[in-house]
Write a protein that binds this ligand. Sequence first.
Ligand code: GLP
Length: 259
Amino acid sequence: MLVLLKQNYEALSREAAHIISNAVRSNPAIKLGLATGSTTIGVYRELVRLHREEGLDFSRVVTFNLDEYLGISPEHPHSFHHFMLEHFFAHVNIDPSDGTIASDYEQYCAAYEADIEGAGGIDLQILGIGRNGHIGFNEPSSSFASKTHLKVLTKATVDDNRKFFAACEIIPRCAITMGIGSILASKRVLILATGGAKAAAVANAIEGPVTAYVPASALQFHANATAIVDEEAGSRLKLKDYYRDVMEMTELFTPGRSS
Ligand code: GLP
């Protein structure tokens, strides 16, 4: 995995946006898989800036949301559909999906996979990571071959999401998520992590054994995966010096590549 260590959250967000915007410029009809979570907010903010100030064009871009809670409407302020509108889609020239999950979940999941396949697959998938190493809502023990499916969330994830909901609100216990197999099928993956709370998950995912206990460790099998982490999230990586060497050498061969 290519590991890019960034000084702070702003630098991480700029680097991720730089990679995404380059990908959009070289393939204006790119298929993007998009993640929610506080980690991604800075990336979407930077992409919106690039759209406004540099005319980055999303008119032909097709997007697939990585996951969604079950039991709340797309209009709910904490649905991932709403998150994407609020932080990205409403501010750029992109065609957002409608976000409604059909009540026949099995059929809905199969149709979602068929849509991805029909579009020619995802070119670039953006991911965050949960404290327990989950990607999307693929909790520990998820199959590495899984496709879009219904997932029961762990107590740790429900507790982490509590901060987004009002005290008296019911917090979703289930979600629909692209599977690890769906994620591995995308042509390129970008996983982002910020802050010390993610340090153990990041180290386990990048350098630990590949295990269903750490779903993000499946990315070690992906031929084109990049992790962008800030100082704190990367603090438990053993090979930090090596990753810095790689970044330095890459800069030598392709100056200006990283921000
Ligand atoms: C949720 C999402 C994940 C995301 C994770 C991390 O669980 N399903 O896709 O990676 O949150 O969120 P945050 O960036 O807020 O830490």
